[in-house]
Each structure stands twice: as C-alpha cells, then as structure tokens.
Ligand binder design. Structure first.
Ligand code: TYD
Ligand code: MG
Length: 420
C-alpha cells in the first residue's frame, strides 16, 4: 500500500517536472484526427477523433452507449487498427452475443472483462491498442483507494489514470459514464472538467431515435448533432434528420410551426409546439419550455403582448420542440411566435409554410446567418412557402428558388398577417 502511494507521488513529480518545449517544435496532435466509420460520431467529435484525446460518453442505462462503442470498435478493427474494449459490466460472451447481433466485422478487436483499473492499464500498455475503450467508469475501481466502485473518488481516479494513459501513449480513449435519474453525483458530471470531450447520448427508450451531442469539446464545436436510430441490428445513422424529426407532425394541428435552424454544420428542420390555455393560477401563470431557452421564450411573449396587444397574464403557456430536440439559435424565435399565435387564434399554420428569423425587442425581424442553407433544406423537405427576414431576402441574389415562394418579413405583425 505504502509502496503504491509513493509510486504515484513519484510519477506525479516526474509529470510536473516535464522540461519546457520550444514552441515551434510542438506537434499539433489536434490536427491528427482519425476518422471513424461512423460519420455521425465524427461530426459530433468535430471531424474525427483526435489522437490522445479522452472522450466521455454519458447517457442513461440502456440508451445504447455500449452498442455505439462496440460498433465503433468493430469498424476500426476491420481496418486493421488494434482496438481494446474493456468491459467492467458484461462478460465476454455477452459482448460477443451483442456483436453477432449487430454483425460486427472481424478484425483486430480485443476484449477484456476486468474491473481492476491497475490491471486494465497494465493490459492496455502491453497490448498497445490504437483505440482504447472503457465501459464503464462506474464499474471499475482502483486498488489504491479503499472506497467502493462508483463513488466520486473512484470515478475520478479512473478518469485520471485513463487520461494519463491516453496522453502519454497518444491513444484516443473513450470512457462510458452512466447517468442515473436520482444520484448522478458520481456520474459524468463529476468528470466533465477532467476529459477533453463530453458527449451525451440521449433519446427516450420508447422511441427509437438517439441523439448524440457534444456538451464539451476541446477540439470542436458543441453544436453538432449526430442522429441515430436503434434497430434490431444496432445503431444506424439517420441520413435525413429533418425528415426524421418532422415525421410525426400533424399537418392540421394548431400551435405548431416548422422552423429551419442550423445545428452545427448542417441545417435542420424542427417543429415548435405551443399550448396556450387559461390558467388556474391567477397572478402567476405557468410558463414551461422544453427544448427552448426559458428566458428567451418569456421575452418573445412580452414582445407579442406589446406589439400585438395580446394579453397572456391569464394564460398558461407550454412550449415544446418535437422529438426531444433543443434549439439554441435565435433564428427559431419566429417559429415560437408563429406557434403561439396559431394556438391563440386556434388556426393551424398552413402545412407548406416554414419560417426562420430572430425577433427583436420592438417586434422587428432581424437577419440570421446562412439563409440559403435553410431555404434549401426547407425546399428539400417539400416546403413551398418560406417566411424569412426581409434583410436576409434582400441580400440573396437569386430571389427565386424553384418551387418555393419566399416571403420577406419586417416585423411580427406583417409575418402574422401573411400567415393567418
Ligand atoms: P446498450 O448499448 O447496452 O445500452 P447502454 O450501454 O447505454 O446501457 O443498449 C441496450 C439496449 O439497446 C437494449 O435495450 C437493447 C437495445 N438494442 C437494440 O435494440 N438493438 C441492438 O442491436 C442492440 C445491440 C441493442
Ligand atoms: Mg452498457
């Protein structure tokens, strides 16, 4: 025990006394990315996995984290890249059964069922894999600590040792972390600051779609989304997320508007739903938003009150983005406004209409980035009428897009007159 402790101290000292390196001699390992064969994963990672990076994948149990990483392992191994997949949760047979189910390709994939961290690192150093996967931080423990697996000190020690392995051996490493509804204390949240990339794998188990999003990424944007569908044969990339998220839209529903937003590097159509109903809580009506910023939504409601003379003080208002998406772009403002008014007026938005634009405090519609990408996406999904900021429209060279009528709008008033 004492020996082990002094050994860690020694390594720490050696680490902290690394000699300074001349700026121009520093290799940009961030540029060295390995493309995985899972494009949706590459996208969320910022264009492939960076050498020596440590990626944490968090999600609720059963969401598909192990499946995703096993698929990743298979694809890698099939290209003669050595992979070590360590599971502290399942036996080798269990993993093989899953592998057969998803048609895992044969290749240089090594599995290890082990829960002792020191032995895991020892094996990893011996095998020298090009990718290292540890499933999960909660089931593995370090024998240098007396606390039980899954406690904060243990999960931190696991992350710390794997981080050290990833950096010194320049091996991209993935850690799985479970998020549990109750005590997520010793879960991914406790590790966010210790790793390079934090990805969350989400979706509800009643639906088949899964969204992979970056929460933190030292090497890329956090707004990218990867969309998958869980089938009997594992996870499959959703080629057309817009169509996917609009699939269940009811075309005659009141309180529903489609917006074209930009998620990371690609445009995405999303349905915003509003429900306005008279409140039982006079004086403090409910405001609920799911997938939209609460403060921004309150501001938009205030703008509508001021500009259109609506009174919302007696109304509960619920706002939701269909399919569990979350929209953080001001370009979706116009969709919120249109959905709320549609519900107030009890009139559906004609199904061929799509909108985007930022709404300013005096009700003006302000221009947003990449209008053409948004228009093309809406066009590809069969929308024939698009309302967008006049300031965007006036700067587009070709004001005609085949089969689509473009309507430039100046303020919330003229938008609503145009639509209803
Ligand atoms: P899993 O990857 O074990 O989840 P996690 O590691 O996040 O706990 O996924 C488990 C669920 O996925 C399980 O309910 C079965 C389902 N599943 C499929 O629907 N199809 C498949 O091909 C596989 C492998 C799993
Ligand atoms: Mg698992």
């Amino acid at each position: 025990m004492i020996e082990e402790i002094s050994e860690t101290v020694e390594t720490d000292v050696r680490l902290s006394t690394a000699a300074p390196v001349l700026y121009e001699n520093i290799e940009e390992s961030e540029k060295k990315r390995i493309q995985t064969d899972i494009n949706e994963l590459n996208r969320v990672l910022g264009g492939g996995v960076v050498l020596g990076s440590l990626v944490l994948i968090g999600g609720e149990p059963g969401i598909g984290k192990s499946t995703l990483l096993l698929q990743l392992s298979g694809e890698f191994a099939a290209k003669d890249r050595k992979v070590l997949y360590v599971s502290g949760e399942e036996s080798l047979e269990q993993i093989k059964i899953r592998g057969e189910r998803i048609g895992l390709k044969k290749g240089d994939l090594f599995l290890l069922a082990e829960t002792n961290l020191e032995r895991i690192i020892l094996q990893a150093e011996k095998l020298k894999p090009e990718i290292f996967i540890l499933d999960s931080v909660q089931t593995v423990f370090s024998s240098t600590l007396t606390s039980s697996p899954g406690t904060i000190s243990q999960v931190r020690e696991v992350a710390h040792k794997v981080f050290h392995f990833a950096k010194t051996k320049k091996v991209p490493s993935f850690l799985v972390g479970h998020i549990t509804k109750e005590g997520s204390l010793a879960g991914p949240k406790a590790l966010e600051h210790m790793v390079d990339v934090v990805l969350y794998f989400e979706g509800d188990r009643d639906h088949n779609h899964r969204v992979l999003r970056a929460f933190k990424n030292r090497f890329g944007s956090v707004s990218e989304l990867g969309v998958f569908e869980m089938r009997g044969t594992g996870l499959h990339a959703v080629e057309n997320p817009s169509a996917f998220f609009l699939k269940e839209r009811s075309r005659e529903a009141v309180g529903s508007a489609v917006v074209c937003t930009i998620k990371g590097s690609r445009p995405l159509l999303a349905e915003i739903q509003a429900l306005v109903s008279s409140t039982l809580f006079v004086g403090s009506p409910r405001r609920m938003t799911i997938g939209l910023d609460h403060y921004r939504a309150s501001m938009l409601l205030a703008i509508l009150e001021k500009n259109l003379g609506y009174g919302f003080s007696g109304e509960d208002i619920y706002l939701n983005v269909a399919g569990g998406l979350s929209l953080d772009e001001t370009a979706s403002d116009l969709g919120v406004v249109v959905a709320v008014i549609s519900c107030m007026k009890n009139k559906p938005v004609p199904p061929e209409i799509c909108v985007f634009g930022e709404v300013g405090l005096s009700g003006e519609i302000r221009s947003v980035s990449q209008p053409m990408a948004r228009i093309k996406e809406a066009q590809s999904q069969g929308f024939t009428k698009i309302f967008l900021p006049e300031n965007n429209l006036s700067r587009i060279e070709k004001r005609e897009v085949k089969g689509v009528t473009l309507g430039g709008v100046h303020n919330v008033k003229d938008t609503l007159m145009n639509i209803f």
